[in-house]
Design a protein around this ligand. Structure first.
Ligand SMILES: [Zn+2]
Length: 501
């Protein structure tokens, strides 16, 4: 199969993928959607349940106002229009994790419609100054629904033949965000998900924790020969639980579909499950149609009415969104597109950068520190940016010491690590450990003279025109001075001492 279609780039040369994504995001509410059980992860199975979410006879749902407010927030942040009247409906199907035998969802009249999100292809460090390509991905709808419970197939020491069910998640509020089929590559799907996640995090609608299932994704995908306008038959890939898996599964499925079409076959419309361990999809069922679910309005809930006052109140409470912040960072701090993009992915990280940049007087230097050392340490140690042991003010202090020539950039990296471990300011560490940069010309001249005298061969090589030998000499001087020598000064003195070239 792979020999017939070659690499993924070859696949894309003659066929165009058409992708739409459906993302389920768990809302950051205090309670479940229709009862007062806590919306909390990680509690003992079936400890957060009541007659409503257990679907006991006679129990009635009561809609959480906070959940509606968060869903409106997401809708507005995604540029949607909020419908004044939306309707909860029963989506009927049987599954052991669904005690009611139906899920309360929205179908014909969703909460919010017709939005869009700007997705930019990530600039890389190499193309930092290059123009960013922006694509507008349309959001067809944002609707509210309740989550189902969770089946537990593993860890049942008492039986290998039974599964358990945990209904703590049953009734937890979700929004489903559905795009138009506007995405054209697995990479772009990944960029869309990153952009969407940033919006949901900024607005504090969801914590987007994929390990805990707070963000889940289904993908619809079809392919068509390039130049063809009509859409091909699509398949749906279910329950993709990481951005990486979304991209991998799409690449796999696109390759499979192209191979089928290229050999004269036809795509069957079906639902597929992604097997991350085996790196392939498996057929789950032939695609169900909406009428299979026998949707009808939920008789226990009145239509949801959201008046203009509610919408405006939510609109006023929206924070600066990632796209706006990215533009502002580029404009007011003079940052390259790449930096602005990386720094605004996470609201707390953007806050951190902004506080440090304002105090340092050198935003680009701060940006470099945040994107390299700070992000690396955060990744290794795992704290959230807000609890970073090096405060924004302390990082600004370190950058000021470098800019003033007090310490070299090389020493600064060691100082940064010590700041991270001890929480001390840079100045205290530099002073105690005597790390101040050596800018005393006569002292440096003595060191240079010693180094040059000890390496006549390297000196001759430099004089014969091999200028790369200069770097080797700089290294020797740095070693002798414990990395404290001012590099510009060392370069100048070395060139004088070596002559030639
Ligand atoms: Zn409950």
């Amino acid at each position: 199969m792979s020999s017939a279609v070659g690499s993924f780039q070859d696949v894309l040369a003659s066929y165009e993928p058409v992708i739409g994504l459906e993302v389920h995001a768990q809302l950051l509410t205090r309670t479940k959607l229709f009862c007062s059980c806590p919306n909390r992860f990680g509690e003992p199975p079936n400890s957060l349940v009541c007659p409503v979410c257990l679907a006991l006879p006679g129990a009635l749902p009561v809609l959480s106002r906070q959940a509606v407010t968060l869903a409106i927030r997401a809708g507005l942040a995604l540029g949607c229009r909020v419908n004044e009247v939306s309707v909860f409906e029963r989506k009927n199907y049987f599954y052991p994790d669904l005690p009611k035998g139906y899920q309360i969802s929205q179908y014909e009249r969703p909460l919010a419609v017709d939005g869009a999100i700007e997705v930019r292809a990530h600039a890389t460090a190499e193309t930092a100054a290059g123009e960013a390509t922006l694509s507008r991905i349309r959001i067809q709808r944002v609707h509210m629904e309740e989550d189902a419970g969770k089946l537990l197939h593993e860890g049942y020491s008492w039986s290998h033949e039974k599964s358990g069910v945990d209904l703590n998640r049953a009734g937890v509020p979700l929004i489903e965000i559905v795009t138009a089929p506007d995405l054209r590559s697995p990479e772009q799907a990944h960029e869309y998900l990153s952009a969407l996640k940033a919006v949901l995090l900024y607005t504090e609608v969801s914590d987007c924790n994929m390990e805990e299932g707070s963000l889940r994704c289904d993908a619809n995908v079809s392919v068509r020969p390039r130049g063809q306008r009509t859409l091909g038959t699509r398949t749906e890939i279910k329950n993709l639980n990481s951005f990486r898996n979304v991209a991998r599964a799409l690449e796999h499925e696109i390759t499979r579909q192209v191979a089928v079409l290229a050999s004269g076959g036809q795509i069957a419309q079906e639902t597929l499950l992604w097997d991350a361990d085996r790196g392939e999809t498996a057929s789950m069922r032939s695609k169900e149609e909406a009428h299979d679910y026998r949707y009808f309005p939920e008789p226990d809930l009145p239509p949801l009415v959201v008046n203009e006052g509610w919408v405006e109140e939510v609109r006023r409470s929206l924070p600066e969104l990632p796209a706006e912040r990215r533009q502002r960072f580029a404009r007011s701090f003079g940052l390259p597109a790449y930096d602005a993009d990386v720094l605004t992915q996470d609201r707390a990280l953007a806050d951190y950068f902004e506080a440090a940049a304002a105090e340092s007087g050198n935003p680009k230097a701060v940006s470099n520190w945040v994107m390299t050392e700070v992000l690396r340490q955060l990744k290794e140690d795992g704290p959230a940016p807000a609890r970073c042991p090096v405060s924004p003010q302390a990082l600004a202090g370190l950058v000021r010491l470098i800019d003033a020539g007090t310490i070299s950039g090389k020493i600064a990296k060691d100082v940064f690590l010590k700041m991270w471990q001890t929480g001390e300011p840079a100045s205290a560490i530099v002073e105690r450990e005597g790390l101040t940069q050596m800018s005393d010309e006569s002292a440096l001249e003595r060191v240079v003279a010693e180094v040059v005298a000890a390496s006549p061969e390297q000196a001759a090589s430099y004089r014969s025109g091999k200028t790369a030998a200069l770097g080797w000499f700089v290294g020797q001087v740095m070693r002798k001075t414990g990395g404290r020598a001012n590099p510009q000064l060392v370069n100048a003195i070395l060139k004088r001492a070596l002559g030639g070239a």
